[in-house]
Design a protein around this ligand. Structure first.
Ligand SMILES: [Zn+2]
Length: 320
């Protein structure tokens, strides 16, 4: 597969890395301010949609095309030490090794030799509220999480070091520090909505359990998921109103579980979904393999919503 580096994108990446280096020596807060500046001016990102003052902190922009690697630099820049353009791919050098970007695939050296087994980590995510069930593709290729593994580690011990306990919607959550500013913003937006929207207020009041970091779903296991990195939350309500919740549960009774109409699936109120999406989270209810209580932090996907920065996307397909 040929790869032609786009000089313009390459230049932006170089500028990002040059600008990043001196900033490494500054105090943490200087770095935070700096990253904001980088995001807006240096990567050439479109300026964030700023709906109101409080939403400005972590709101994820949806405007204009952004190269997938630029999206990664924007949100994971703190973990990326060097960036290198080779004939075949873009190599991101992290503290623990290198990840090769090739057509949206993010692979370590070993998996790069079997790249055909993997698909892009950037999948199409529908921007608007879900109206009908998404068509199930014939086959779903595997997505490698080499990139996240290399950043956050593979053992519970390693990953826990990246996590911290916070309060979220009156419950405790143990989450990855990477997504805490975004979660705080989501919470503020939901609580503000709850003041005027009874559905949202009742949703918040009726959260029975909040699952965040799940040891059982630790990376590398069969059920590997973003819970294993502390980058996902499940908001479990007191009642599902006899509706469908999770594709695997429904698949026990329904061969065509993926055709179950959206109206028969449980859903958080739309303003809740919107608040998560605005801040870089995807909702599991929009996956073919639906999981309606699940939100996970994928700003690199959300920021590309509504444009064609990624090629060969699988329409609306999430993780299985
Ligand atoms: Zn979940």
């Amino acid at each position: 597969m040929s790869y032609e580096p786009d000089p313009e994108i390459k230049r932006k990446h170089e500028e990002f890395m040059i600008a990043k280096k001196p900033a490494m020596h500054f105090a943490q807060f200087i770095r935070a301010i700096f990253r904001g500046v980088v995001a807006v001016f240096i990567i050439g990102m479109p300026v964030n949609h700023i709906h109101d003052r409080s939403a400005a902190a972590s709101s994820v922009s949806h405007a204009g095309p952004i190269h997938p690697v630029s999206a990664l630099l924007k949100y994971y820049g703190q973990y990326i030490q060097e960036i290198e353009w080779t004939e075949n791919d873009i190599v991101l050098h992290l503290e623990k090794g290198s990840i090769h970007y090739r057509d949206g695939k993010m692979l370590n050296r070993e998996n790069l030799e079997h790249e055909d087994r993997f698909s892009s980590i950037f999948y199409h995510y529908p921007t608007s509220p879900l109206k009908e069930a998404i068509e199930k593709p014939a086959s779903i290729a595997r997505r490698s999480d080499d990139f996240y593994k290399m950043i956050f580690g593979e053992t519970e011990r390693e990953i826990r070091k990246h996590c911290r306990e916070i309060r979220f919607l009156h419950r405790m959550a143990f989450v990855n520090t990477l997504c805490i500013p975004a979660l705080k913003q989501v919470e503020a937006e939901i609580l503000r909505q709850a003041e005027e929207n009874p559905d949202v207020a009742s949703f918040v009041k009726n959260i029975r359990i909040l699952y965040s970091f799940k040891q059982k779903e630790i990376v590398g296991s069969q059920n590997s998921s973003f819970h294993g990195y502390g980058l996902a939350v499940d908001l479990v309500p007191r009642s599902y109103d006899k509706k469908h919740v999770y594709w695997k549960w429904s698949a026990v009774y329904y061969k065509d579980w993926h055709r179950i109409p959206v109206q028969q699936r449980w859903s958080p109120p739309q303003p809740v979904i919107d608040a998560f999406e605005r801040n870089g989270f995807v909702w599991g209810g929009k996956w073919v393999h639906f999981d309606v209580i699940h939100f996970e932090y994928r700003p690199e996907i959300i920021v590309q919503m509504g444009e064609n920065g990624v090629e060969n996307v699988e329409n609306g397909v999430g993780p299985s």
